[in-house]
Design a protein around this ligand. Structure first.
Ligand SMILES: Cc1ncc(COP(=O)(O)O)c(C=O)c1O
Length: 445
């Protein structure tokens, strides 16, 4: 797709039935050659992308409210990102930070350090993906505390490598057949107020979701002094963009402090400006000891980063590294991405996100299937229910809605049992937001 091929309005343009003839060819070959473990919700075969629009192999253009699962934060192929990638690729593609120095490893760390929550000086470790950042956080928290156990939350997604998968508790299919996983991981319910795990109302709630750690876990199965870290997503992603109350994080931090336990904020999905702040942690006064980031950090180039208080980085040379981690081309993309986020895109995420949430505020009252609408910035979840009283999840209806939106030129993904997640590139305009909400409202009706 050349830039001129994009519709003037930045809205979808469908030319063929879906999937079109070229897409059908690829789908057939995919079924023959590619691992069936990927879960594609609809038959989109992408050829190119620009801004918030992607074009398929048959020339159909879609408005992308998935951003490649919350990855292309600056939009598809942002010219400044493309330029930085091309320039870097012509200079140096690889050198391996495992064994050699190169400037961009330092430059990105320098840029990120002042943006991290809390006053403690930070150090940065580079990998290739979210799951690698989480693995690094697991290893560092064990190494630096001398403890081996972890607390994580039901509904969490932290990745699919065996360590991170042991923390993940999102869907049985992600674990089935892969055990045994890491021992010593204890899962507790996430603070999902729409489906309170303790059947409480906000008025009667005394943050049981955090207090269960001391009140139950530490009194029954988990010795506090053996617990290295609590892994928590500030906004739970794969379970449906669930937003906790600030008081939960106050309580969680107090408990962690009392027992010398580290808090690892997994900002792989919620970070990098998506929520209208650089980190979702900032919405809740959460100051983690370790933070993991990936997805939006490099606009689509593979990069995972683990940031930790410098005082925790006690591991020595050879203890942890990755051949490709912190690849110079990915780092070049990340440096420009962070600049673009700071210049305008975090602000745009905050304002367009607030506009969308306001427009959707009465959906649960007006639309039969809309149970809950929640989010921060451009991380917005819509939970579909069959019945407003019983809150029975409307899974099939959600799946149909995702498919129907695709047929109307809008790309959205499901999350959790019956939610839709909106995670567009942070460049979207109000017109694009209006179009997307129009399609979703229409489908919901
Ligand atoms: C919160 C969170 N952590 C970790 C991961 C794993 O990231 P990756 O798929 O890059 O390994 C994801 C991916 O969705 C995520 O949402």
């Amino acid at each position: 797709m050349s830039q001129t091929a994009i519709t003037e309005t930045g809205l979808p343009l469908l030319k063929t039935e879906l999937p079109g003839p070229r897409a059908k060819e690829i789908l057939e070959l995919d079924a023959r050659y590619v691992s069936p473990s990927y879960s594609r919700p609809f038959p989109l075969v992408v050829a190119s992308g620009r801004g918030a629009i992607v074009e398929d192999v048959d020339g159909n253009q879609f408005l992308d409210f998935s951003a490649g699962i919350a990855v292309v934060s600056t939009g598809h192929c942002h010219p400044a990102v493309v330029e930085a990638i091309q320039r870097q690729a012509a200079e140096l593609i690889h050198m391996s930070g495992t064994d050699f120095y190169y400037p961009s490893m330092v430059r990105l760390a320098e840029k990120l350090a002042p943006l991290m929550p809390g006053p403690a000086p930070k150090k940065f470790y580079y990998g290739n993906s979210g799951t690698e950042a989480v693995e690094a956080a697991m290893k560092l928290s064990r190494y630096s505390t001398g403890r081996d156990k972890f607390i994580a939350f039901l509904g969490a997604f932290h990745g699919r490598t065996l360590g991170a998968l042991s923390l993940t508790a999102s869907k049985p299919v992600q674990r089935r057949g892969f055990g045994p996983l890491l021992p010593g991981v204890f899962h507790i319910p996430y603070p999902n107020c729409y489906r309170c795990p303790y059947n409480l109302a906000p008025k009667s709630c005394s943050m049981e979701c955090a207090r269960v750690i001391e009140d139950r876990l530490f009194k029954t199965t988990l010795p506090a002094e053996e617990t290295a870290a609590i892994f928590v997503e500030p906004i739970q992603g794969e379970s449906g963009y669930v937003v906790p109350r600030k008081e939960f994080f106050d309580e969680l931090q107090a408990i962690a402090r009392r027992h010398g336990i580290l808090i690892v904020a997994d900002e792989v999905q919620s970070g990098c400006g998506r929520t209208g702040k650089m980190w979702a942690s900032e919405h809740f006064g959460l100051v983690p000891d370790i933070m993991t980031m990936a997805k939006g950090i490099a606009s689509g180039m593979p990069l995972g980063v683990m940031a930790a208080d410098a005082s925790l980085m006690t591991w020595g040379p050879g203890s942890h590294a990755s051949t490709f981690g912190g690849n110079p081309v990915s780092l070049a993309a990340a440096l420009v991405t962070v600049e673009l986020l700071q210049m305008a895109l975090i602000e745009n995420a905050a304002s367009v996100g607030a506009y969308m949430l306001e427009r959707m505020a009465d959906w649960p009252r007006r639309l039969r299937l809309a149970g809950d609408v929640r989010g921060k910035g451009l991380m917005i979840g819509i939970e579909l229910v069959r019945d407003k009283e019983t809150r029975e999840p409307a899974k099939q209806e959600r799946d149909r809605l995702v498919e129907e939106a695709f047929r109307r030129g809008l790309l959205v993904l499901g999350a959790g049992e019956s939610s839709i997640r909106l995670s567009p590139p942070l460049i979207i305009t109000r017109d694009q937001a209006d179009f997307a909400l129009g399609v979703l409202e229409d489908c919901l009706r």
